[in-house]
Design a protein around this ligand. Structure first.
Ligand SMILES: [Zn+2]
Length: 348
C-alpha cells in the first residue's frame, strides 16, 4: 500500500509517499480503509526529531485519520466491517496505577500513534480497537479526520485541567490554529467570556464567528497589556497556551489573581523565563495537559459530530503532497486544519 513516510529526520524534503508493506491486523486491532488524515503540529516535531524519540525507520507519521473498517482482529468486540470510524491517537496500557484510576493520559507507558509508533497517514491502518471512535453517517471524512486530536486536547485542558466555569474569562492564544480554534469554541460553549488572539483580520474574524467575544491582533498590540486594559486591570481567569516560550510571560501577566495557565505545547520553544514572584504573589496555577481520556474524547467529539463545533479546514491535499502540508503549518499559512487524502481515493 501507499503511505506517507520518512527514512530520517529533517526538513520537509524527507517526507515521501510510496510503498510500504500492508499492515498486519493484531487480535485487538481493526483495519481501517483510510479516507482522510489530518496534520497536527506534532507531525512537524516528529519529522524534525526530538530528544528521546527513537523511531523505527522508515516511519509512517500521522495521528489523525478517519475511514471505514474493513477487517477486525479476533478480540475486537465494538466494531465490524463497514463501520465509520475516526482515530483517537493516545495509547495507554490500561493497568498501570494511573490507568487504574481512569487517568489514561497519565499512563506510565502513554504514547501517541504517529509520534512514537507508526501512524495512520496511509491507504490502510491497523489501529487498536480502543483508539477508534464511531463516526455517524453524514459527518464528512475531512471533519472526522481533523477533529479528534485537537478537540479532545482542548476539551481536557479547559474542562478537566482548568475546570472552567460559566462566567469566567478565558484567553485562548493562537485562536486560528488547531487547538486554538477548538479551545475558543469549547470555552464559549462552557459559557465563559472568550478573549482570543490571532495574527490577521481574517483569523480574528473567524475567531469571533466561532464564539470569541474579544479578538486581539497580537501582531499589532501587546496582548497582555490589551487584556489588562480590556478587563479593568483584572486579567483573565484562564489562559490556554500552546505557544510556549514566545508567549509564556505575557500569558502569566494576563492572568487575574488566582488564575490558571493551561499548556499543551511549546511550538515556539520550551524554556521560557518565569517571573516567580508573580506566580506566588498572585497565587497562579500552571497546569500541563496532553491528549484526553476516551470519555473526554467522546464528550468533545459528540459536539463535533452534531455540528455544535466547527472544524475549520484550511486545505485538502493528496497524501503525496504531505511535505507541502508541513510547509503550510510551519509557515502558518491560512488557518485551521490541513487534511491529506490517499491519492487513490480521488481524482486530483
Ligand atoms: Zn497505563
Amino acid at each position: 500500500m501507499q503511505a506517507v513516510q520518512f527514512a530520517g529526520h529533517g526538513g520537509t524534503e524527507v517526507v515521501e509517499y510510496g510503498e510500504v508493506p500492508d499492515p498486519e491486523v493484531g487480535r485487538g486491532e481493526v483495519l481501517v480503509d483510510v479516507k482522510a488524515g489530518a496534520l497536527n503540529h506534532l507531525d512537524v516535531w516528529t519529522r524534525r526529531g526530538m530528544p528521546q524519540l527513537d523511531l523505527d525507520m522508515p516511519h509512517v507519521p500521522g495521528s489523525d485519520a478517519a475511514g471505514v473498517v474493513t477487517e477486525t482482529g479476533a478480540d475486537v468486540t465494538r466494531f465490524e466491517a463497514g463501520d465509520r470510524v475516526a482515530v483517537s491517537a493516545g495509547v495507554f496500557c490500561g493497568d498501570c496505577e494511573f490507568c487504574r484510576d481512569g487517568d489514561y493520559p497519565l499512563c506510565a507507558s502513554f504514547h501517541v500513534l504517529g509520534e512514537h509508533v507508526p501512524g495512520v497517514h496511509s491507504e490502510y491502518a491497523a489501529v487498536p480497537e480502543d483508539n477508534l471512535v464511531a463516526v455517524p453517517e453524514g459527518v464528512a471524512w475531512e471533519t472526522a479526520a481533523a477533529a479528534p486530536l485537537v478537540f479532545q486536547t482542548a476539551w481536557r485542558m479547559l474542562h478537566t485541567r482548568a475546570d472552567v466555569e460559566a462566567g469566567e474569562k478565558v484567553l485562548v492564544l493562537g485562536a486560528s490554529g488547531g487547538v486554538g480554534h477548538a479551545a475558543v469554541q469549547i470555552a464559549a460553549h462552557a459559557g465563559t467570556e472568550v478573549y482570543a488572539t490571532a495574527s490577521s483580520p481574517e483569523k480574528l474574524r473567524y475567531a469571533e464567528e466561532v464564539g470569541a467575544d474579544h479578538a486581539i491582533d497580537y501582531t499589532e498590540t501587546d496582548f497582555a497589556d490589551e487584556i489588562r486594559a480590556r478587563t479593568g486591570k483584572r486579567g483573565v481567569d484562564v489562559v490556554v497556551d500552546h505557544v510556549g516560550e514566545a508567549t509564556w510571560s505575557d500569558s502569566l501577566r494576563s492572568l487575574a489573581k488566582g488564575g490558571r495557565l493551561v499548556t499543551c505545547g511549546a511550538t515556539s520553544g520550551g524554556r521560557p523565563e518565569t517571573h516567580v514572584q508573580r506566580l506566588f504573589w498572585n497565587q497562579l496555577s500552571v497546569l500541563g495537559s496532553t491528549m484526553a481520556t476516551p470519555g473526554e474524547a467522546d464528550d468533545a467529539l459528540s459536539l463535533v459530530w452534531d455540528g455544535t463545533f466547527d472544524v475549520q479546514i484550511r486545505d485538502v491535499l493528496p497524501m503525496s503532497e504531505t511535505a507541502r502540508a508541513h510547509e503550510r503549518l510551519e509557515n502558518r499559512e491560512g488557518f485551521g486544519k490541513v487534511v491529506v487524502i490517499p491519492d487513490s481515493e480521488r481524482q486530483w
